[in-house]
Design a protein. Structure first.
Length: 301
């Protein structure tokens, strides 16, 4: 079977349909009409003499033959695309539109204050920021890169660890003036501790304190239970109670005195920050630039 431009084009359409799990989204990504995408898949199936996709009204699924084909041609098509970009001089160009999904607190307190400088350094780049706790489906939603705290679950995404940040116990000066300053974790009894809900168990996280390799869990209580870290930060700064937070998100507040770190000798616990992006393709320059930007921000925090 001879290879021509139409065959390569139809194969690219197939890979895009698989990545987006939807004819309409694939059409939008490729600049085609949904009917054009359907015709390209039909031509490819006719040429190969096999059915590649099982279609329903809601989704599409690869047949066994389709899975084998995509597994073989996906990396080859990515290599062709990278070679073409390199030949065109775009291998190191940071430009175009990037859609990023960020942890809400990291976005608000770490990224937002410095984003104007990042865009000034890359004037040909446009950015759309989506903030939420869950990563979601990056491919289906057209997300180029996601940045999240926590150890990643097993998935098809590439996960790049950016850094580890300490877990700190903090309070606002106004709270400490009104309620006193606890000297050890056990002194938290009787204090208003802002509770953070575990999205999996739906129960508040335990308060742990790590010192010299030993972990101590302390029972805490308080009238406020939250489900997002940005709200917890705002409450803590306002003097509503004591909170456990990630150092990277509160470094500025600690430096300017809006928050005070408690129990520095019990702050050996760390939490990782990861960048995630689809594994089928190598990260393009705009993604690498944004990830490097996040690394720089986190390390300075």
């Amino acid at each position: 079977m001879s290879t021509d431009g139409r065959l390569l084009g139809n194969l690219s359409v197939l890979v895009s349909v698989v990545e987006t799990d939807n004819f309409a989204r694939a059409a939008d990504a490729l600049g085609l009409s949904p009917s054009g995408v359907s015709r390209a898949i039909g031509r490819l199936e006719t040429r190969l003499g096999v059915r590649l996709l099982q279609r329903t009204t809601r989704s599409v699924h690869l047949t066994d033959e389709g899975e084998r084909l995509v597994a073989q041609v996906g990396p080859l098509l990515s290599g062709i695309e990278e070679a073409a970009l390199s030949a065109a001089g775009d291998a190191h160009a940071v430009r175009g539109r990037i859609r990023v999904s960020l942890d809400p607190m990291f976005s608000r307190l770490v990224v937002a204050p410095k984003l104007a400088g990042f865009l000034a350094a890359h004037p040909q780049l446009e950015i759309e920021i989506v903030t939420r706790d869950e990563i979601g489906d990056l491919i289906a939603e057209g997300i180029d890169v996601a940045v999240r705290f926590g150890v990643p679950e097993s998935s098809s995404l590439v996960a790049r660890k950016l850094l580890d940040t300490r877990v700190l116990t903090v309070a606002a000066p106004v709270y400490l003036a009104a309620h006193g300053t606890p000297r050890t974790p056990k002194d938290l009894a009787g204090h208003d501790c802002i509770q953070f809900r575990d999205p999996v168990t739906r129960r508040p996280y335990d308060w742990e304190f790590h010192r010299r390799g030993k972990v101590t869990t302390v029972d805490t209580a308080g009238p406020i239970l939250v489900a997002d870290s940005a709200t917890m930060y705002g409450l803590c700064v306002a003097g509503a109670g004591i909170a456990q937070v990630l150092e990277v998100s509160v470094r500025d507040a600690l430096d300017d005195g809006r928050l005070v770190e408690l129990f520095p000798d019990y702050a050996e616990e760390t939490f990782p920050l990861y960048a995630f992006y689809p594994s089928r393709r190598h990260a393009p320059p705009k993604v690498r630039a944004f990830v490097d930007f996040c690394v720089g921000l986190a390390r300075r925090a």
